[in-house]
Write a protein that binds this ligand. Structure first.
Ligand code: ADP
Length: 588
């Protein structure tokens, strides 16, 4: 319009002011359009990214509350991949789709109206081939959906493989068994599968574009054929026909765009299905709507006829097959193929059967029994990592299922064989148990845990980074750090899984003394491996095959004979004297 004004009026009439104005308007318009574009982009981007932000947070929050059942059955890389890659994969759809749909639908409607106004017969012919656009889009959409699911699965598989192999333990295993080349080959297979899927996804979109372009050409051809006859019969002018054909292009372009968006959305739907599969997973250990408050705990614990068997892992349609085993790339078949039946539990039976015992407040109970007897399982039920199938577990007389999980756990600390530490400095790892602890409280806890001196001797003291999972620390050091962490939390109840690996005498003594301080005045449930722990326990619960076979104090159990006496003979009889001598030596 401005150009027309410049050519038709400003220049012929020699109007310099008008010319300047019009040129100014041209520039101004360009600037305005540019700004509108920026505003529109920033609005759509923040809306789309806001949605992804919420989705990611919700996913993380939901996964945080999943029980151990989920985490023991799912590869961590797979979980990471769903939170990361899957959420990112819906990004373009989340940010662009709505705008494209709105813009193209408007163009489509406006063009259709203009066409109808011009010539309704030709419009009907033009619209007749519109369904042709839909059919291939549907087919391609379905293919795209399948490919998209497979791609994300392949991505998860790759991430899981990476996180296992490029981890301290995994890389050590790889090197010691000389599997570098084999693993590289496997990685290549995973990577190749992902590459092929991505290529196929890209090409399938192009096929659709090609088909739709052909249809877009068919429309104008038909119009020229029919309209041409009308022009010949002088029922229409040539200009009319050309204008109509031009309009038709304007109709098909947004239509093609919309169909492309439809296919993209189909791809995103497959990814959303994976995300919602996690979000829809029910919580195994759920709280009652009105849990009983329990702000203060005395620490009386009761197991009453508890039966428990480990639930089978959650059956996920899109899960990556568990384990380290090699999966050839062609196995990335349909989701139905991948969802293998959950592996059967080792003996299909109870992990705990009719388990009953009591712990009085402040007492120490040692769990003793052969490996696989169910000792660890008992320590999992107390903080409600799982709920029992039958019977009940009580704390100060309350059924644990009537309590709030978070409140219950606030009274419990756990020191396990494997000390988990984050890749952070010592201070951060300690304060994880109690972020508001003062420097003095932290140091006090470390003194009590016999680790303060060690930490201050490190070049960076409490700011030393412990390395992934604490690989920079020795076994005894990690244990003492874990004891300090528990001391800092200052719980009423302590769950302790003593390390089976023997430490050297000095370490052993340091750990022992630290544990003694930790257990003071707390109700303690201990999976005992050390002689001194067993001898000092107020009660020993002897377990075998998920059942309590005996309980009492050391002397009683020993004189009664049976499993305890056997176990004791095998494990400790030889070291009893030596250990006693060592202890007197170190305590002197
Ligand atoms: P302990 O600590 O006495 O060595 P556990 O309590 O670890 O024994 O194990 C008791 C039984 O439960 C064993 O037969 C073990 O194989 C089984 N088990 C342990 N954890 C799981 C799990 N996550 N899923 C299925 N079975 C399990």
């Amino acid at each position: 319009f401005a150009v027309a004004m410049i050519l038709d009026r400003a220049i012929p009439e020699g109007d310099g002011t008008l010319l300047t104005l019009l040129v100014g308007a041209m520039v101004g318009l360009a600037v305005a359009i540019g700004f509108i574009g920026v505003v529109q982009q920033s609005l759509t981007a923040s809306a789309g990214q806001g949605m992804l932000f919420d989705l990611r947070n919700e996913l993380f929050g939901h996964l945080q509350r999943m029980s151990l059942r989920f985490f023991t059955a799912t590869r961590s890389g797979e979980i990471v991949s769903r939170v990361n890659n899957d959420v990112s994969a819906v990004q373009s759809v989340a940010t662009n789709t709505l705008v494209t749909i709105a813009r193209d639908a408007c163009t489509l409607a406006a063009t259709a109206v203009a066409m109808l106004a011009m010539n309704w017969r030709l419009t009907i012919i033009a619209v007749m081939i519109v369904p042709l656009f839909y059919l291939p889009s549907r087919i391609v959409g379905r293919i795209r959906r399948r490919l998209s699911a497979q791609t994300q699965q392949s991505h998860a598989s790759l991430t899981a493989f990476l996180s296992e192999r490029l981890h301290v333990g995994g890389s050590m295993l790889m090197q010691i068994y000389g599997r570098r080349d084999a693993d590289a080959g496997q990685f290549k297979d995973h990577s190749r599968a992902l590459r092929n899927l991505n290529v196929r996804q890209a090409v399938v979109g192009r096929w659709l574009f090609m088909i739709l372009s052909i249809f877009s050409a068919v429309g104008p051809a038909l119009i020229f054929w029919y309209g041409g006859h009308q022009v010949m019969r002088e029922q229409m002018t040539l200009g009319h026909l050309v204008a109509f054909a031009a309009l038709l292009t304007m109709l098909y372009r947004p239509l093609t765009q919309l169909m492309t968006v439809y296919v993209d959305v189909q791809g995103a739907v497959a990814v959303f299905e994976r995300i919602f599969e996690y979000l829809d997973m029910p919580r195994d250990v759920a709280d009652r709507p009105d849990p009983a408050p329990l702000p203060v705990v005395r620490g009386r614990i009761g197991f009453e006829h508890v039966d428990f068997s480990y639930p089978p892992p959650p059956a996920l349609l899109h899960a990556v097959a568990p384990g380290l085993s090699y999966r050839p790339p062609q196995a990335t078949g349909s989701p139905e193929q991948i969802a293998a039946p959950p592996p059967a539990a080792p003996d299909n039976g109870f992990a705990l059967r009719d388990v009953s015992f009591q712990i009085e407040p402040g007492r120490r109970v040692a769990l003793v029994g052969p490996s696989g007897a169910g000792k660890t399982t008992i320590t999992y039920l107390l903080p409600r990592f799982y709920d029992p199938d039958a019977g009940r577990i009580t704390l100060d007389g309350h059924d644990l299922r009537d309590l709030d999980q978070d409140e219950l756990r606030s009274h419990i600390a756990m020191v396990t064989q494997e000390t988990f530490l984050f890749h952070a400095n010592i201070r951060e790892n300690l304060l994880y148990a109690r972020p508001d602890a003062t420097e003095r409280q932290m140091i006090e806890a470390c003194r009590a845990a016999n680790i303060h001196r060690f930490i201050t001797d490190l070049p960076e003291g409490y700011d030393t980074i412990v390395g992934e999972r604490g690989f920079r620390l020795s076994g005894g050091e990690k244990q003492r750090l874990s004891i300090a962490r528990a001391l800092l939390k200052d719980p009423s109840i302590l769950i302790l899984d003593e390390a089976t690996s023997s430490l050297d005498a000095t370490s052993e003594h340091l750990v022992q003394a630290a544990l003694g301080r930790l257990m003071e005045g707390r109700t303690s449930l201990i999976i005992a491996h050390r002689l001194s722990t067993i001898l000092n326990a107020d009660q020993i619960v002897v377990m075998q095959s998920g059942q309590v076979v005996d309980s009492g104090r050391h002397e009683e159990l020993l004189t009664r004979g049976g499993l305890y006496a056997d176990l004791f003979q095998k494990q400790f009889a030889g070291v009893l004297e030596h250990n006693g001598a060592a202890q007197t030596a170190t305590s002197r």
